[in-house]
Design a protein around this ligand. Structure first.
Ligand code: ZN
Length: 138
């Protein structure tokens, strides 16, 4: 069995963003040499997400609006967590959007459904953060 591990680094200048990281994960898969197996991709921070959905700008706008309704950034005084920081909303947004995805690897490719792409969701940007890619198989 082969095992591959790599960290992808991001430094998003804005507080929030959605980044399509499918090309980076596909590059990891090529590097791994795995043809049949599983690929795990997870955010290594509690204020960022990795999720799968459509790469469509209208949908990304809708996520932004929806998440701001669920957990508005301001006023930061509404959150107890913000006694220490100003990013309680980012923790909550990450919880909704998820920590990780697992994608089947079939015949050397990510075995996606139609329109599926992998995204990094940043909810508290302006600093360096990591995503872990772990690929196992043969
Ligand atoms: Zn925090």
């Amino acid at each position: 069995m082969k095992s591959f591990r790599k960290e992808l680094w991001f430094n998003v200048p804005t507080r929030r963003a959605f980044i399509n990281i499918t090309p980076q994960v596909e590059e990891c898969l090529r590097e791994s040499g795995v043809h049949e197996g599983l690929a795990l991709v997870n955010a290594m921070h509690i204020t960022a997400s990795v999720f799968i959905n459509d790469d469509e700008s209208g949908l990304h706008h809708d996520y932004e609006v929806w998440l701001e309704k669920l957990a508005p950034h301001e006023p930061v005084s509404q959150y107890r967590h913000n006694g220490y920081e100003d990013n309680a909303d980012a923790h909550l947004k990450r919880q909704v959007m998820g920590r990780e995805v697992v994608v089947a690897v079939t015949d050397g490719k990510l075995d996606f459904g139609t329109w599926e792409q992998i995204f990094y969701g940043e909810f508290d940007g302006g600093r360096k953060k990591r995503v872990l890619v772990k690929i196992i198989g043969s």
